[in-house]
Each structure stands twice: as structure tokens, then as C-alpha cells.
Design a protein. Structure first.
Length: 115
């Protein structure tokens, strides 16, 4: 079993989502609330109010994947104020799943030595 989402766009849905929603409910939410195509091959990330559960919805050629991660302690860093989905990079998704709040972090500019 191989899933290739290396080239997929990744969208974080800000605010809280009812985690009782399954594949169909989340796909409808993507279509109606985000005006996006759930069959596009993009990853859509949803989080509950307590920010302890995260769901990822992904279309893989002939069916949906629904992945769930539940934290036993702590909370996922999550945007609360924006109403539109935000696109993030694969590196940012890795940080998000690791609990790193990249929204508040500031990346320093890289300098190169001038000769």
C-alpha cells in the first residue's frame, strides 16, 4: 500500500470542526464551506475545539483516506481567527503534527558570505 501525496496541496481549515463528521461530512464541508474540490488530491486538515484531535481528508484516485491523530496531552497549534482555509507546505505540516507552532515562529533570513 503506497500513498503519494508528495505533490499535493495541503490546506488547514481554521477554527474548530465537529469530529463526529466522517468522510462524507468532511467532503461536503470542503465543497460548501471552502468552495474547494475534495477530489482534487489535496489534503484537508481539520481540528476539534479542544485542539486534541486532528483529521486529514485525502482523495487517492479511487477512494478517500481519512487519517486521525489524537493527542494524549497538549494541543495542536491551530489558527482560530481566519475563516478561509490556509495552504501550508509539507514541511509546515510535519511541524504541525509534531506540535510546533510555526504560525508564531519567525524564520531568520539566511545570509551568504560575500566574496
Amino acid at each position: 500500500m503506497t500513498v503519494d501525496w508528495s505533490g499535493a496541496a495541503i490546506y488547514v481549515v481554521p477554527g474548530s470542526t465537529d469530529m463526529r463528521k466522517a468522510i462524507n461530512g468532511l467532503a461536503v464541508m470542503v465543497e460548501e464551506e471552502l468552495a474547494a474540490d475534495p477530489f482534487s488530491g489535496s489534503l484537508f486538515l481539520f481540528c476539534n475545539r479542544r485542539r486534541s484531535h486532528l483529521k486529514v481528508l485525502f482523495w487517492d484516485k479511487n477512494g478517500f483516506w481519512l487519517a486521525v491523530k489524537r493527542l494524549e496531552r497538549d494541543r495542536f497549534p491551530w489558527p482560530q481567527g481566519e475563516r478561509e482555509a490556509r495552504q501550508i507546505s509539507g514541511e509546515q505540516m510535519t511541524m504541525l503534527l509534531a506540535g510546533i507552532d510555526f504560525w508564531r515562529a519567525h524564520q531568520r533570513r539566511a545570509y551568504s558570505r560575500i566574496k
